[in-house]
Design a protein around this ligand. Structure first.
Ligand code: NAD
Ligand code: MG
Length: 414
């Protein structure tokens, strides 16, 4: 075994040597959270569940607690906390219930925890994900928004704490698998970008890839949330429909892999079988393929650098229709051009981009904003706020709040 491989194995808390790794799942009631629990359930000898968390869904959190008997459960919103505490007590559960954001930070950084799945949606996930990184955990990053908002701060915390950061986003997990190893794991070893011609970040094009442009303004939340290939939470489903998700992923990839946006090409691949590719200077293209099922990247990151079963079915090569590719239509998806400009801007632009999008998507889901206005709210928010250079989490939160206020007032004026 080479020296670098030795280093990877010794840094990996899941290397199975008799003692199960202790796992906190931030956002356990969500789509990624539930898929994570499904993978953990198949490997009780490898993983112990330390903590679960939810925002408001106390009923589902109760169900998960009774099944998993974690040491701690965190409910972010206090509304149903008394009810949940009583139900846990009635059931004789030993699970301790903590409430609020401090509880999330605590389960992300507790010294008993080895692995943190960061699967809270949106900017709400930033603080606890950063707490896990700062505490030097093995962090499985689904919450792409935290990297978009706080990329430089986040990656510098990864380096100084020696955290192991592994991407859960299927595209980034695929790119990670196609890059020379180790890449994210060892801050002293840089990816040799001179060997890489381009990174091909694929996306399905979402449910409206071929919808006539004239029909975009009538799109409903239900239509936007019906993704052709993936089953996901509502916010990321809308982001996929506007292709804002691919824009966020472009920025996420630049920070994760420490590369320039110009190295990354976005490619529409409607079947979502190839999850992304890396092209090398010698003409080789490495791709990662599989079913569009998040249990694959989750299992990959949980066990990395080993491999474990995920419960995902094999690809059926005889049943696969042709794999097709096309360039994204920038007229249909203006989010992509904006995202590229933002990715090239190292100031506060990405915080504004993310915050305005979150506010606009929520308004769309609440039937208060039309689908086509989501991107114009983002664009107008970017033009209204002068750029600055945040150097702390507090700076980031101030810019985030300002962008939310501006986006909210733009929507209110409509
Ligand atoms: P979801 O809406 O299904 O679940 C979100 C989770 O976050 C829930 O457990 C919810 O209780 C929790 N949450 C929401 N607001 C919170 C708050 N204010 N405080 C604390 N907890 C809060 O979302 P999802 O689809 O599972 O996505 C989670 C993250 O993973 C997102 O950042 C998304 O972009 C990313 N991601 C998801 C997928 C997917 O297939 N679902 C794929 C790639 C990346
Ligand atoms: Mg993705």
């Amino acid at each position: 075994m080479s020296q670098s491989n030795d280093k990877q194995v010794s840094k990996n808390p899941t290397a199975f040597a008799g003692k199960p790794a202790s796992v906190s799942v931030l956002g356990s009631t969500g789509s990624i959270g539930q898929s994570t629990l499904a993978v953990l359930a198949a490997h009780p000898e490898r993983y112990d569940l330390y903590a679960l968390s939810a925002n408001t869904r106390a009923d589902l959190l109760l169900e998960q607690c009774l099944k998993w008997q974690p040491t701690v459960a965190v409910l972010n919103d206090s509304t149903n906390a008394t009810w949940l505490a009583l139900e846990l007590k009635k059931a004789g559960s030993m699970t301790e219930l903590w409430v609020g954001e401090e509880g999330l930070d605590a389960i992300a950084s507790d010294q008993k925890v080895d692995i943190v799945m960061a699967a809270i949606v949106g900017s709400a996930g930033l603080q606890s994900t950063l707490a896990a990184v700062t505490a030097g955990k093995k962090v499985l990053l689904a919450n792409k928004e935290s990297l978009v908002m706080a990329g430089p701060l986040f990656m510098s915390a990864v380096k100084s704490s020696n955290a192991v950061l592994l991407p859960i986003d299927s595209e980034h997990n695929a790119i990670f698998q196609c890059l020379p190893q180790p890449s994210l794991s060892d801050s002293t070893e840089k990816i040799a970008f001179s060997e890489i011609k381009k990174i091909l970040l694929t996306g399905s094009g979402g449910p409206f890839r071929s919808l006539p442009l004239g029909e975009f303004s009538q799109v409903t939340p239900e239509q936007a949330c019906s993704h052709p290939n993936w089953s996901m939470g509502r916010k990321i489903s809308v982001d996929s429909a506007t292709m804002m998700n691919k824009g966020l992923e472009l920025i996420e990839a630049c920070y994760l892999f420490d590369c320039q946006p110009s190295l990354i090409e976005i490619l529409v691949h409607p079947q979502s079988i190839i999850h992304s590719m890396v092209e090398y200077v010698d003409g080789s293209v490495l791709a990662q393929l599989g079913q569009p099922d998040m249990r694959t990247p989750i299992a990959h990151a949980l066990a990395w650098p080993q491999r474990i079963r995920s419960g995902v079915q094999s690809l059926d090569w005889q049943q696969l229709s042709a794999l097709s590719f096309e360039s994204p239509d920038l007229q249909r998806f203006p989010s992509l051009a904006i995202a590229r400009q933002v990715a090239n801007d190292v100031t506060s632009a990405s915080i504004i981009f993310n915050a305005a999008n979150e506010v606009a998507v929520q308004s769309f889901l609440d039937n208060k904003l039309s689908f086509t206005r989501i991107i114009s709210v983002v664009e107008e928010s970017l033009s209204k706020i002068s750029s600055s250079e945040p150097s702390s989490l507090i700076d980031i939160k101030v810019i985030d709040e300002e962008a939310r206020r501006i986006a909210g007032s733009l929507i209110a004026c409509l």
